[in-house]
Structure formats: structure tokens, C-alpha cells
Ligand binder design. Structure first.
Ligand code: C5P
Length: 237
């Protein structure tokens, strides 16, 4: 069954918690400490460490999975990786839009009919405007490049994209209401922003139209992760 792209107003269903830990044991401990969390993001580190184990553990607990692998390779290779991800029952899977339309279409055709939906990565937030221009020789503004990548993903049949909460309003105006926007870079006022710049609070991110929020450290490294989760859910209501 497809994920509901217009999640109800219940914030619990809109918050994806980033499981940024290095081992399966730590990941399982986190999951069991936060039984209220229904949607977890598994990133590259944990997936490379022992991906199949943690994905099976999450599925056995009836959790939704955001598999954040940021795939980028030739169309056949990415398509085959997407097919493998459907077997894990991943709900969201990320692909770099810069891999091009043929790659994205190959990816999309492999997930059709499954519960796995594809999200585009437009441009890594670690790449600055000057790096884009001087090293990568892309001579258009970052925002235009990001929009072009996301529009290519939409034309390839993707469900949505990962973006900053600050990009939601502009992307929404070009992509429409049916395109799913998932935003990291979210911080409650009481939590440290850490290495995230240009953050929004969960309440603000929902107000500008984000469909799902990805939140990691404000919950997972809090002294009391359950209290932090409860507080965030309350602030979103
Ligand atoms: O701990 P924090 O809330 O910053 O975690 C955010 C998560 O979202 C991390 O897993 C991070 O890798 C991911 N992410 C991000 N910024 C992006 C893309 C993904 O913070 N542009």
C-alpha cells in the first residue's frame, strides 16, 4: 500500500526520526526506547554496518522505513538496487537526481507496484554556491539548480524530494500539492542546532507545508528522548 502523501494532522505520523547510530544493537535499543516513533530513517553508516538486520528488525516491529542511501550510479545498477530495497519493504528511498532522467526512470520502474516510493536529492547541502560554480562548473544559482533537479525527478515519476524547510514554499509553488516534501534541518527552540544552519522549528516546517520532518539529535541525543519526542509532538499540534 502506498504511503499517505497527505498525512493527517497527527504530528506523530509526520515525524521521521533519524537513526544515526553506528551499530544494529544501538539502533534496536533506540527503537525500543522510543516505541511511539512509527517512522525511522536508516542512513548509509548503519546500512553499510548491517543494513539487512536493522531493516528486518524495523519491519518486525511494524515500523515505516526511510532508507536514505542517496543512490547514484548507471541506470541498470540503480534500478537493481531499488528492486532490492522493495524486498526490504522500505517506504522511502533516496536517489540523487543528478544521476539523470534515465537513471531515475530505471529506478522508478523498479519500484512501481511496491510500497517503496522514491525521493530525490537535489544537491547536497554541503556543496556551497562557490563550489558549485568553480569546482563543478555549474553556473546557475543553487536554488535554480535544485529546482531543476527536483522537476526532473517529478517528471521521472518520483513521489517527492528531500529539501530544506526554507525551500518548501518555492518548491511547492512549482511542483504542486501532490509532490511530497521531506525536510531535515528541523530544530525545536530548546534544542541545539549543532551543525545544521538555516533551521526551522517543527511547527514552522509544518506551517510552510512540509509533508514529513526528519529529526535526529534533538530526540536521539536528548537526556530524555521520550520527553523530547512528546514535547515535539505537542509543539506541532
Ligand atoms: O540530527 P539531525 O536532526 O540534524 O539529523 C538530520 C538527518 O537528516 C541526518 O540523518 C542527516 O544526515 C539528514 N540530512 C540532513 N540534511 C540534508 C539531507 C539529509 O540533515 N540536506
Amino acid at each position: 500500500m502506498k504511503i499517505n502523501l497527505n498525512p493527517d494532522r497527527d504530528p506523530q505520523s509526520r515525524i521521521i526520526v533519524a537513526m544515526d547510530v553506528p551499530s544494529v544493537n544501538q539502533a534496536i535499543a533506540l527503537c525500543d526506547r522510543l516505541p511511539q516513533v512509527s517512522f525511522w530513517k536508516v542512513g548509509l553508516e548503519l546500512f553499510v554496518a548491517d543494513g539487512s538486520t536493522i531493516l528486518r528488525e524495523l519491519k518486525s516491529r511494524n515500523k515505516k522505513i526511510f532508507l536514505d542511501l542517496k543512490l547514484h550510479d548507471i541506470p541498470n545498477t540503480v534500478g537493481c538496487a531499488c528492486r532490492a530495497a522493495t524486498k526490504y519493504g522500505a517506504d522511502f528511498l533516496t536517489i540523487h537526481a543528478s544521476g539523470g532522467k534515465a537513471m531515475m526512470q530505471a529506478a522508478q520502474s523498479e519500484v512501481e507496484g511496491s510500497s517503496t516510493q522514491l525521493l530525490a536529492i537535489s544537491l547536497l547541502t554541503s556543496i556551497s554556491a562557490s563550489e558549485l560554480a568553480s569546482d563543478l562548473k555549474v553556473n546557475i544559482p543553487v536554488a535554480s539548480y535544485a529546482l531543476q533537479m527536483v522537476q526532473l525527478a517529478q517528471a521521472s515519476g518520483f513521489t517527492g524530494a528531500v529539501c530544506s524547510p526554507h525551500e518548501v514554499t518555492n518548491l511547492r509553488s512549482h511542483l504542486g500539492d501532490d509532490f511530497c516534501l521531506v525536510t531535515p534541518g528541523v530544530r525545536p527552540t530548546w534544542s541545539s542546532s549543532g551543525d545544521q544552519s538555516r533551521v526551522m522549528t517543527p511547527q514552522q516546517a509544518i506551517a510552510v507545508g512540509a509533508d514529513y520532518l526528519v529529526i535526529g539529535r534533538p530526540i536521539t541525543t536528548a537526556n530524555d528522548p521520550v520527553a523530547a519526542w512528546d514535547q515535539i509532538c505537542q509543539e506541532c499540534r
